[in-house]
Design a binder for this molecule. Structure first.
Ligand SMILES: *Cc1c(COP(=O)(O)O)cnc(C)c1O
Length: 459
């Protein structure tokens, strides 16, 4: 164990991590990075095949983003957004509105995905108060949803393993079925069901819309749930029904935003404009914590008034609209435009698709699903009967530890192996990474129980 690992183990408490497992196992310490590879303190290289937990977009140490941050450091690193404006925050807000789905015209900054969604929830709630519809104060969330770790966002979450313990602290939303065909409990045949999951939503809204402020959804991909993907047309139906019943639509694009689904934003895939859109993760290209909640003129206007009218949105953070983060975000968006990043994804997505077809044939791969540059490979003990491995065997984590031996850094969500490489990955790199994933799954699942453990983490 090197000195840094010792200090880490003595002082650092890691997120989503059973620290007993962490302490009992050797851990990798990252010292360096280049392109899509991370380098540890022993000089070993790892492909960053989950984009450092879904944040990295254009690779590490991108000269353009590095330079933008350095340039900004030469001016000012941070000044408060309470009572002051700043240059990169104003510039970026303009650019973001320009590329966002139509109708989203205002940008409220915060620091991370959880705060972006927290802001959206509070805005939606307060909006209806201002509109004189005070009864509209409940929310609709999807089963298996993940929107962050603050108490508000956990309230609209639905991942039992993470969220159950906090139940006494939470407000209670309405839950609707997760629209994942592979896991569907509603329909015999998802191909011919006529979107039974969406019908369940309409039934709920028809009955309860008078008391519902907003519906929160991760459009197209419920990421932390294990890359659960909704069937084509589902999101458009959600928009149609929320509009029909005067329920605000909050699109949590924290994971899906910035090109992951093959479009800049997932909502574009179904021509949907939400009332509020939450962005973080990829917003700075994976460099710095920054988030934005975008909303419409209609919602913004409802908050305007004299002080005495008490329409102010009383929410903010110390680092709101941080200059360094906004400078990185500007540079990242410029790369999207300069290099036609979205158009360049076609062959990469095709390469993922071809490789997944091969993985799907593996004996213990139940499903290998893809949405753009996102893939979820779900392991099953019994593929025929869809019987999962006992969850505490941490089969997914074992596969990921095996992959690390082959120079691939990936993280599972339970027994779903997640593949979400930086958008700048080449076709050859994608093929190599997925080939190593194939081999890791093969070795771990064919030998049944293995010794290596992933430190007990599930995220
Ligand atoms: C990661 C994530 C969040 C939370 O973002 P943090 O930056 O970790 O707080 C919220 N929503 C979705 C869809 C996410 O994937």
């Amino acid at each position: 164990m090197n000195e840094i690992e010792r200090k880490d183990k003595q002082y650092v408490w890691h997120p989503f991590t059973q620290m007993k497992g962490w302490l009992d196992n050797p851990q990798t310490v990252i010292a360096d990075a280049q392109g899509i590879k991370l380098v540890d303190t022993d000089g070993r290289e790892y492909y960053d095949a989950v984009s450092s937990l879904w944040v990295n977009i254009h690779g590490h140490r991108r000269p353009e983003i590095d330079q933008a941050i350095i340039d900004q450091l030469g001016r000012v690193a941070h000044s408060t957004a309470l009572g002051l404006a700043n240059i990169p925050a104003a510039e970026y807000a303009e650019q973001l509105v320009r590329v966002a789905p139509e109708g989203l015209t205002k940008v409220f900054y915060s620091d991370d995905g959880s705060t972006a969604v927290e802001v959206a929830i509070k805005m939606a709630f307060q909006y209806w108060q201002h509109k004189g519809r005070a009864a509209k104060k409940r929310f609709v969330a999807l089963e298996q949803a993940y929107h962050g770790d603050t108490v508000g966002t956990v309230s609209v979450g639905g991942i039992d393993l993470f969220h159950r313990v906090f139940k006494p602290l939470l407000f209670e939303p309405f839950h609707i079925p997760s629209p994942s065909c592979y896991h569907c409990r509603l329909a015999e045949n998802p191909q011919t069901c006529g979107l039974a999951c969406a019908q369940a939503l309409e039934a709920l809204l028809a009955e309860h819309h008078e008391e519902i402020a907003a519906l929160v959804i991760e459009p197209l991909v419920q990421a932390a749930a294990g890359m659960l993907m909704s069937p084509p047309g589902y999101l458009a139906k959600v928009r149609e029904f929320t509009q029909k019943y005067e329920v605000l639509l909050i699109a949590d694009e924290v994971a899906t935003g910035f090109g992951r689904t093959g479009k800049l934003f997932a909502c574009e895939n179904e021509g949907v404009s939400p009332d509020l859109m939450c962005l973080s993760k990829g917003i700075t290209g994976g460099y710095l914590p920054l988030a934005a909640t975008l909303t419409t003129d209609e919602i913004y206007q409802a908050f305007l008034g004299d002080m005495a009218e008490k329409r102010t949105f009383y929410h903010g953070h110390s680092y709101t609209a941080n200059q360094l983060g906004c400078a990185a975000a500007l540079a990242s968006l410029k790369i999207f435009a300069d290099e036609q990043v979205i158009a360049g994804l076609e062959p990469k997505m095709a390469a993922i698709s071809t490789k997944l077809a091969k993985l799907r044939k593996q004996e213990h791969v139940g499903d290998a699903r893809q949405c753009g540059m996102i893939a979820g490979i779900e392991l099953m003990q019994d593929k025929e009967n869809k019987i999962p491995y006992p969850w505490d065997q941490t089969t997914g984590a074992k596969v990921c530890m095996k992959a690390r031996e082959y120079g691939i850094f990936i993280r599972p969500v339970g027994d779903v192996v997640v593949f979400m490489p930086p958008l700048c990955s080449t076709v050859a790199e994608i093929e190599h990474m997925l080939e190593m994933v194939y081999r890791s799954i093969d070795e771990v699942t064919s030998q049944g129980k293995t010794a290596a453990s992933g430190g007990g983490a599930h995220f």
